[in-house]
Design a binder for this molecule. Structure first.
Ligand code: GLY
Length: 387
């Protein structure tokens, strides 16, 4: 039983996934509260913001591709609506991406990716090294070829997070700047949370959107918590002084000696270089080795980066699931839903996540596009539909 002051929806985690769920839920008339010590923080403060459904295609991720493409399709309208609702620019750039190869191995890898893209019906164009350099004159002379993907864009995740906080506030979302100590369950139903500051919040429905921390919440049976783990990514930020502009006109990326490296140029002169991918648990140390690897690989692609000021080094944690796809929807515990496990695609999947979670919270139905990503796929013994 809820008091009049209990929210309809309590969201654990105020990163971009929790925020977009809150914003969309409030728009549907649900009284919504977000619990987070620092709303708008989390992995979005580190992420580069590539919307790379096509260039980050991987074997075995065809189902995820469908969701990624659907979210990319929604991005223009989502960005326009959020800009209007918040009064803030998001740094959304429809600039495209160029994936290049530096040696014969890289080129073979890129040819495989091109073939997979073509089999998947995606648009990408093979370019010679000379054609790549014509598009991006700062590229190294040794570039052997590349893929031009006009549909893979970018957004600034920090601006996205800030705009979502404002849009939530304007839509009436409440914020509790605290941590969830434990979730509350009564009569086999999630009913709210106890906070670190001692408060107890009741709610009609609870959404766990706590990124890589989502699997660590106390108070509920372990088998309803998501099997997410942290995957560390180190990221650098450089600044392109006005005299060098335009340095790069689109995202440039490559696989160098088996590791991904990408350079994401923003309109404000920021150049983001990412990212390592490290299975090191909860470690967020920026290491000399990580910075060295990124600078070495980025320098091979674009030698001129060594002239630029290095303004920031950060490490963040991607919330990864066993199949690299998100967990969206109800758990086996009635009243408890998940929106987590977005791994490399959190920024890209923000629009579609907000839409499907709000539809679920408002109507009880998970839209068809999200059903393959039900958390129940990891709970084979508990696949009965919750009430
Ligand atoms: N999607 C880019 C990354 O996870 O590094």
């Amino acid at each position: 039983m809820h008091t009049d002051r209990s929210p309809d929806v309590l969201i654990v985690g105020g990163g971009i996934i929790g925020l977009v769920t809150a914003w969309r839920s409030a728009q549907r008339g649900l009284r919504t509260i977000v619990v987070d010590p620092e709303p708008g923080g989390g992995a979005a403060q580190v992420a580069a913001g590539m919307l790379a459904a096509v260039t980050e295609l991987h074997y075995g991720e065809q189902m995820l591709l469908g969701l990624n493409l659907e979210s990319a399709r929604r991005y223009p309208a989502f960005a326009a609506e959020l800009t209007e609702a918040s009064g803030q620019e998001l740094g959304y750039r429809t600039c495209g991406t160029l994936a290049v190869a530096l040696d014969a191995d890289d080129r073979a890898h890129l040819r495989e990716l091109h073939a997979l893209q073509q089999r998947s019906g995606l648009e990408s164009e093979w370019l010679t090294g000379r054609e790549c350099r014509r598009l991006e004159p700062m590229l190294a002379p040794g570039v052997r070829g590349g893929l031009r993907v006009e549909g893979d864009h970018q957004v600034d995740p920090r601006r996205l997070a800030k705009a979502l906080v404002t849009a939530c506030e304007r839509a009436g979302v409440g914020f509790r700047r605290s941590r969830v100590e434990r979730l509350r369950v009564s009569d086999d139903r999630a009913t709210g949370a106890e906070l670190e500051d001692g408060a107890v919040l009741g709610a009609g429905q609870v959404v766990v959107a706590a990124g890589s921390l989502s699997g660590r919440l106390a108070g509920v049976p372990g088998d309803v918590l998501p099997p997410v783990r942290p995957v560390k990514g180190q990221v650098l930020r450089l600044t392109v002084p006005g005299a060098y502009a335009p340095f790069l006109s689109r995202t440039v990326r490559a696989v160098v000696r088996g590791s991904d490296v990408y350079l994401v140029p923003r309109e404000n002169g920021e150049l983001v270089i990412g990212a390592t991918s490290e299975e090191l648990g909860w470690d967020t140390t920026v290491t000399a080795g990580g910075v060295y690897q990124l600078l070495r690989d980025a320098h091979e692609l674009v030698p001129g980066i060594t002239e630029l000021p290095l303004t920031e080094t950060r490490a963040g944690l991607r919330p990864a699931s066993p199949d690299n796809a998100p967990l969206l929807g109800p758990t086996a515990l009635p009243g408890l839903h998940l929106a987590t496990g977005h791994h490399r695609n959190g920024v890209l999947l923000t629009p579609v996540t907000g839409d499907v979670m709000a539809e679920l919270l408002a109507t009880g139905d998970l839209p068809a596009e999200a059903r393959p990503f039900s958390p129940l796929r990891f709970s084979p013994l508990r696949q009965e539909q919750p009430v």
